[in-house]
Design a protein around this ligand. Structure first.
Ligand SMILES: [Mn+2]
Length: 500
């Protein structure tokens, strides 16, 4: 439940003992808290004045060497657009304030139990440093008007030049002015993996937070598998932050912000929805109540993921595929996530999909995650609908490689937006190159969305992926809704990005 005095201890960096004392003496302290909040909002307003404009930000970022040129070396400190972590920290504070005062803090927007404010909005602690604080991943439903459209962006991986290239592309279309969306009914959705592997994770996150703060209801940041302490400590972002800002870099605080990003967003209009996520299917979560809930923007805690229970009550989808059925029986678990990867991975963040129609319904890539095939996805999407609400398709990212492989070849042939299981594709053409695949695959700028389809977006090019797979275009998808699902279209736009 929300209590106004509790607002203070979300923002005051006070030790826990002191905060308990604030709770007990709240009636006496309330006037002081109000005065303090007034002072804080004045400070926030002053901070906003000192934030760079989009033009200033872009000019500063333009001086940065490409990831391709750096080849893993850190950019010179003198060129950094944010000279101190304090400049980033101001935007982070504003992002936390948005959560404390915005939709996530509104208990009426949560389907089922709302998270406890004392844990969910306590940004002084994190679940990965305080065992008392639970990990509380959540799903979002976003219902838009039928004329709505959504720009969807795949993995960024520290590629600031391509992100700014995409934003310039939106500005040229007059959809964006500076950081502010100007096109009516347009939303922006980012599918996660903002940092690691490229050396501009700080700059990418700063840009995304500025977009979110300028358009709080229309910019949606999702959570990928790299929005997590375990991955950023292994794949470069922690090292990047420390190299840029030394001990001033507050990784714990920054990583806590990731808990405010949904692991899946169901977007649609009326009773028709598609699933936006970074990875893939999560049969342990049933979104029926969320999809059926009235209201344009609703949340639901994942809570316990009941994969085994789902398999027990709903096993028909694997009947004709005994090997898949046996693997699912061995692998599925009922569990409450303690982290994104334990005791098992959250499928929305981690899982993959097969490429060809005749591959198994369910498999496992031992180096990555579970892999779902066409028949399984059709079944799971149908099972996810309820009370008239239908879940039709999945739009996601994540499945990339820095060495050419069948998936990367198909992403390049499809201009950065690949639909799995196309009728004209088959395992016989597994190793065909992008030029040959262009003759077989959908490449149009605007495409119909079949029921049960899965779409993967490409990763940004100023990266090990662009180098390894030989591409230099950035791409983003545009989902155009319509009065009935048959009218919906998904398009892809490409932006050439300087890579030398
Ligand atoms: Mn990923």
């Amino acid at each position: 439940m929300m209590e106004t005095p509790a607002l203070a201890d979300r923002l005051v960096p006070a030790p826990r003992g002191i905060r308990r004392c604030v709770h007990r003496t709240a009636p006496i302290l309330a006037p002081l808290v109000i005065l303090w909040l007034v002072a804080l909002s004045a400070t926030t307003a002053r901070a906003a004045e000192t934030m760079p404009s989009f033009a200033e930000w872009q000019a500063a970022c333009a001086k940065l060497p490409l990831n391709r040129v750096l080849a893993g070396r850190m950019p010179p400190k003198a060129l950094l657009p944010l000279r101190t972590f304090a400049e980033f920290d101001r935007v982070l504070d504003a992002f936390f304030a948005l959560a404390t005062n915005g939709p996530l803090a509104d208990a009426t927007r949560w389907v089922g139990a709302a998270p406890r404010r004392e844990t969910f909005l306590d940004f002084q602690r994190t679940w990965f440093t305080s065992p008392q604080l639970p990990f509380e991943p959540f799903a979002e439903k976003l219902a838009l008007p039928a004329e709505g459209k959504v720009v969807i962006q795949g993995d960024l991986h520290g590629d600031i030049h391509s992100l700014l290239g995409v934003l310039r592309g939106l500005q040229e279309r007059k959809w964006l002015d500076g950081f502010a969306l100007t096109e009516p009914g347009l939303h922006l959705a980012f599918l996660g993996d903002y940092t690691d592997r490229g050396l501009y994770g700080v700059e990418v996150l700063y840009t995304l937070f500025r977009l979110k703060l300028a358009n709080p209801d229309r910019v949606h940041l999702g959570r990928g598998n790299h929005e997590e302490i375990g991955l950023v400590s292994r794949y470069g972002f922690l090292a990047e932050g420390r190299a840029k800002y030394g001990p001033e870099f507050n990784a714990t605080k920054l990583l806590r912000a990731y808990d405010l990003l949904p692991v899946v967003t169901y977007v649609g209009t009326g009773t028709d929805f598609v699933q936006l996520c970074h990875g893939g299917m999560e049969p342990g979560f049933s979104p029926g109540p969320l999809l059926a809930a009235a209201g344009p923007d609703r949340f639901q805690l994942l809570g316990a993921l009941r994969q085994k229970a789902f398999l027990r009550t709903d096993s028909g989808w694997l009947k004709s595929d005994p090997a898949s059925a046996a693997l699912a029986a061995r692998s599925f678990q009922d569990f409450t996530p303690e982290t994104p990867t334990s005791p098992s991975t959250i499928g929305f963040m981690w899982n993959d999909f097969t490429v060809f129609r005749d591959e198994p319904a369910f498999g496992q890539d031992p180096t990555r995650a579970f892999v779902y095939g066409q028949a399984a996805v059709r079944h799971l999407l149908r099972a996810a609908g309820s009370d008239g609400a239908a879940l039709h398709a999945v739009i996601r990212a994540h499945q990339h490689s820095s060495a050419p492989n069948p998936m990367m070849h198909r992403l390049l042939a499809s201009r950065g937006l690949f639909r799995h299981w196309q009728e004209t594709d088959s395992a016989d053409a597994r190793d065909a190159d992008p030029a040959a695949l262009k003759q077989r695959l959908e490449t149009a700028a605007s495409r119909a969305i079949p029921d049960g389809s899965v779409w993967t977006l490409n990763v940004m090019p100023d990266s090990v992926y662009g180098v390894g797979c030989g591409f230099n275009f950035a791409s983003f998808a545009v989902l155009r809704l319509g009065p009935s699902f048959g009218d919906w279209r998904i398009g892809v736009e490409t932006v050439d990005v300087a890579t030398r």
